[in-house]
Design a binder for this molecule. Structure first.
Ligand SMILES: [Zn+2]
Length: 404
């Protein structure tokens, strides 16, 4: 595909997001464009071109196989409206630290906690792109214990089991941190550590570790191996806790993120999914455009096989909903205008509340309203003034050519 452009291929702001994806049909059309930017191509026979059926499905012109836009993606057979899915993706991608299932449930009126929980886990499950690039250059590798608090036990939190996690982080000279990778390890043996390193770091890179014996033999796998011994650091009067500063920084950020956004309520079975989300966020922390991150999440979601709810459970059910209401399927965000319900509510009886500027303390009044203003008043088009979120509909947004 040609170079992606902000404001054309992905929304630049919440205002644009809202203007583009007003209806479930808008979202479906965007997914269709994501899957087949050059027009419909049959997934069975590879033929390009077909026609659209009355129910919205597409039929291949060659083999007459029928398919839908969401078939074979994580949105397959979803009973959650696409406007809700897209808003969940937008919140997931644009919030710096992501969102919790409870926050998502409340924000989008999702009836049950497990539905919100499963939506976020479906998004997490697509974040690792098969065949993604390995780390390269100089890479610090270490293992650490993460997790430990398990929710749902009486009397608040009880100590759970911490999970041994491998961390690899690119380091720059003289300073700076690049990308990272994290994975749950069975133990600290060479049999666990070596596959983690070969799966995360490009051969030929320099790998820096501590003196743990599990890292022996990395040279034979094509790495330049630098060992930093704690004993040697102590002897030299250096802080042995700062042997591998980059991995320790990433580990503490990950632990803080789990405690912050998810309040530590991450059980062992799902820790790998949360680590994937943390790595995805960390590696995009300098991305200037959150809209681009939104595009990437949707692109991965549209290219990912459906994820069954049973597969998400991995033997552990999401904790019961505190405020469960009926079925989990939320209403579409594609709704008619609500005709200003605040004008008809009971509160109207108490209005009008008089608002008199004279009741404000004198200095505040003179600061806000008194005296001539210095310089011209900037117009709405000038720099620094936010655009209104009231926008025209997106019908004129240029989509690439539809299928034949
Ligand atoms: Zn076909």
């Amino acid at each position: 595909m040609e170079q992606l452009r902000a404001g054309v291929h992905y929304p630049r702001s919440t205002g644009e997001f809202q203007a583009w994806f007003r209806t479930d049909e808008d979202c479906l059309d965007y997914l269709e464009w994501l899957r087949w930017p050059g027009g419909f191509t049959c997934s069975s026979c590879g033929h390009a071109g077909g026609w659209r059926l009355g129910d919205g499905r597409l039929e291949c012109a060659a083999c007459h196989e029928r398919t839908s836009v969401t078939a074979g993606t994580i949105f397959d057979r979803t009973r959650t409206p696409l406007t809700v899915w897209f808003t969940a993706c937008w919140l997931f991608a644009t919030q710096k630290d992501g969102i919790s299932a409870q926050h998502l449930q409340r924000a989008l009126e999702i009836g049950s906690y497990p539905t919100a929980w499963a939506m976020l886990h479906r998004l997490r499950s697509v974040l690792v792109r098969p065949g993604r690039d390995l780390l390269c250059g100089t890479v610090e590798v270490d293992e650490t214990f993460i997790g430990g608090d398990e929710p749902g036990l009486s009397g608040g939190r009880a100590p759970g089991k911490k999970v041994l996690t491998g961390i690899a982080v690119e380091v720059y000279q003289p300073r700076g941190i690049g990308r990272c990778r994290m994975a749950v390890l069975a133990d600290g043996s060479a049999e666990s550590l070596h596959p983690f390193i070969t799966g995360a770091v490009e051969p030929g890179s320099t790998v820096i570790t501590d003196a743990w014996q599990g890292y022996r033999g990395l040279e034979a796998k094509g790495y330049v191996h630098q060992r930093r011994s704690q004993r040697a650091a102590r002897a030299a009067g250096e802080d042995p806790g700062k042997l591998l500063p980059a991995v320790h920084r990433v580990a503490s950020l990950a632990k803080r993120w789990l405690l912050g956004t998810h309040q530590g309520s991450v059980d062992q079975a799902h820790l790998p999914a949360y680590l994937d989300e943390f790595v995805f966020r960390f590696n995009r922390r300098r991305s200037a455009s959150r809209g681009m991150v939104f595009y990437r999440v949707l692109e991965l979601a549209a290219g990912h096989q459906p994820v069954r709810f049973q597969d998400l459970l991995t033997g552990k059910k999401p904790r019961p909903a505190p405020h469960s209401r009926g079925s989990g399927h939320p209403p579409s965000l594609d709704r008619p205008s609500a005709a200003r319900p605040w004008r008809t509510g009971e509160l109207q009886l108490q209005l009008p509340i008089p608002l008199r500027l004279t009741e404000y303390p004198e200095p505040l009044l003179s600061r806000t309203t008194g005296g001539p203003r210095p310089g011209p008043v900037p117009g709405p088009a000038s720099r620094g003034v936010a655009g209104t979120l009231s926008r025209p509909c997106n019908r004129a947004v240029p989509h690439p050519v539809r299928c034949a």
